[in-house]
Design a protein around this ligand. Sequence first.
Ligand code: SF4
Ligand code: SF4
Length: 99
Amino acid sequence: MAEAAAPARKPKPWALVYKDYCTGCEACIQMCPIKDCIIKDGDSPEKSWVHVVPQKCIGCTLCVQICPWDCIEMLPREQYPSATPGTFVGAPGDIMKAS
Ligand code: SF4
Ligand code: SF4
């Protein structure tokens, strides 16, 4: 008799950093278990921020938990912005509100 198929797992959400709310403190980079998953953009005292490479994100949420500025959100993959990572502008909550 054939074995029953394993139930399909829902893909994990991906983390998104809202760049205009990020201070570039790098706490999330230090916490993320995946190498080069969170990348620093800009490196001036005036403005720096980070972005997530969504294809590398395993959805562990550690970055969300450590961010002191609450500017990272976990988003279902189908709602993840198609803009180039690091360029999306908006405020935390905007994407979920719009859906
Ligand atoms: S959810 Fe986990 S894997 Fe994804 S960016 Fe955050 S810390 Fe890295
Ligand atoms: S922890 Fe938050 S504020 Fe600090 S770099 Fe990461 S996203 Fe930006």
